[in-house]
Design a protein around this ligand. Structure first.
Ligand code: TMP
Ligand code: ASP
Length: 215
């Protein structure tokens, strides 16, 4: 399958839409660098190779119909749902599962519902949550070395033809919340969602830090 990285941006179940100039190529480069880091850490991904600045060849998988969110710091829908201020550091990472179902606004599901809705088997739910926490550890370390706090992120998994679960998603400022460790400035899609301005600049800054060699 060829993934096409577009400049289009949507939010709030597509109620808000626009474009972020140069986002596609930036997200492709950010994702490729990060997914390589995942492979190095022993987390299998769908990546095969880069075809062009906007096209990434990936293995064809059957996508598990779950959006798997891991949170380290309170933000977004967690803050809203439970009435907690953004920025509180959680005692330990939290994994949340959402049913990929736009018609119903991607509802939160628990492990039992995920199984009973036929989205994943009991073993898959356990494996997916463990993989997501592993992704979080690697990602948190990677961004930490680059002066960025990983607030939360979303990933999806897919079943390969041999039944193995692969990390099958982009990992970019579209799918992560990233705060500069010093200034706490938002370096992610919340700048678009909340009309904060400086959207392109934030993506450029993440790309710069992601590709910067670390001593
Ligand atoms: P949330 O706080 O809106 O639930 O988002 C949690 C994380 O998931 C955040 O880093 C943004 C990411 N996300 C996606 O990648 N795609 C989506 O459709 C949504 C709603 C969130
Ligand atoms: N892309 C998602 C949508 O259109 C949401 C988001 O990232 O905020 O709903």
């Amino acid at each position: 399958v060829v993934l096409l990285f577009k400049d289009d941006a949507t939010a709030f179940n597509r109620q808000k839409f626009g474009t972020i100039d140069g986002k596609g190529p930036m997200n492709l480069r950010i994702s490729v660098r990060i997914l390589a880091e995942m492979e190095r850490a022993g987390i299998p991904t769908h990546v095969v190779r880069v075809l062009s600045e906007r096209e990434l060849l990936v293995r064809k998988v059957q996508i598990v119909q779950l959006e798997v969110v891991v949170r380290n710091i309170v933000a977004g829908t967690f803050a809203k749902r439970y009435g907690i201020d953004e920025g509180r550091v959680l005692e330990r990472p939290l994994v949340e599962l959402f049913w990929k179902d736009d018609a119903h606004g991607d509802p939160l599901v628990n492990d039992d519902a995920a199984q009973l809705l036929g989205l994943a088997t009991a073993d898959e739910v356990v494996a997916i949550k463990a993989l997501a926490l592993r992704v979080n550890e690697v990602l948190r370390g990677f961004f930490g070395e680059r002066g960025i706090d990983l607030v939360d992120f979303k990933v999806e998994f897919g079943r390969a033809s041999d039944g193995r679960l692969l990390l099958a998603d982009e990992i970019s400022p579209d799918s992560c919340r990233l705060w500069d460790r010093g200034t706490k400035q938002k370096l992610d899609k919340d700048r678009f969602r909340r009309d904060l301005g400086g959207v392109e600049e934030a993506y450029q800054e993440v790309l710069r830090r992601v590709e910067e060699p670390i001593a």
